[in-house]
Design a protein around this ligand. Sequence first.
Ligand code: ARG
Length: 399
Amino acid sequence: MADRVVLAYSGGLDTSVGIGWLKDATGKDVVALAVDVGQGGEDMADIRQRALDCGAVDAVVVDAKDEFADEFLMPALKTNALYQKRYPLVSALSRPLIARHLARTALELGADSVAHGCTGKGNDQVRFEAAVAAIAPELTSIAPVRDLALTRDKAIVYAEEHGLPIQQSKKSPYSIDQNVWGRAVETGFLEDPWNGPIEDLYAYTEDPTVPRDADEVTITFTAGVPTAIDGEAVTPLQAVQRMNELAGRHGVGRLDIVEDRLVGIKSREVYEAPGAIALIAAHEELENLTIERDLGRYKRDVENTWAQLVYDGLWFSELKRALDAFVDKSQEHVTGDIRLRLWGGSAVVTGRRSAESLYDFSLATYDTGDTFDQSLSKGFIELWSLPSKISARRDLGRP
Ligand code: ARG
């Protein structure tokens, strides 16, 4: 039996042509693996059939939506994970999940290698290969677009010559990657960072400048994970899907940033992630209510490190897993309700309550009922500023 390679298959031009291209170049039989992470669009059964029509010896479809939400999106939400303070890691979160399925399928089928359709310029190639290396170090990764120089023009010619069932007419000028956590759009006229995004780019969000009434929504979290929306119990996947609808209607979560890729390039990226941005805003505020000060301050540094590790393809690294343990521990008391107002492109917290709240009215109030002993502050500040006072004496030469 010929060696096998398991290809992460999207159903698009590059990976469809990649099936024959891989077989020709390596002599290996190609098994296509299509993973549903909530990207929507085409039916997975049609994608599977196309892989077979393009010459795959087998094609496997995995519905990984709940797995993606439970094991990848919830850790990101608990961490309030944003790369460069803004990007909720949409593509970066799906790659380790797809890679895990690639590696497992390869091991099950006795394949010696896996393949993906990434170019040599992006982060995704690193994420796939670094994840596979961490899960199944004996597997080899092949990237036909990068390693076999499969350009788009060559792909079109190959598809025509071999009569592959690909429709060129649907070709979009953009490179789009989407899943239930959001959508990334790049290339085309966006490559000039002075060009503003146009309405046409967006699919998960409505134009936030169109006048409409605000909506309110209450999200209930249990230990950092959303468990109900407006009182109705939800799974993690349902929470993200529901918030995509509710926040998407108000144009929440549109982002336009110049991003520092791991490979050193700065790239201009447009994203929309209505559910992710609304959920992170809500979760972060519930933490403000329920997490002790020093833990909260320390966690903000952890969040940034976690986001950078995940962006850089190190989902399965030891440091990332250790930080997960810290984040999980930090979520013990992050239980309660957050009320969000959705309007005009933003999700704003307008109310918070929790049985685990650390907010103490009688300490915080400036009205009658105040139990805070203000006389203690005087001595506290004396000692707090003592080091500054001593060094100032030295530096200024004063007694
Ligand atoms: N720049 C983003 C990231 O690295 C999005 C990548 C999107 N991938 C794509 N093939 N369009 O996470």
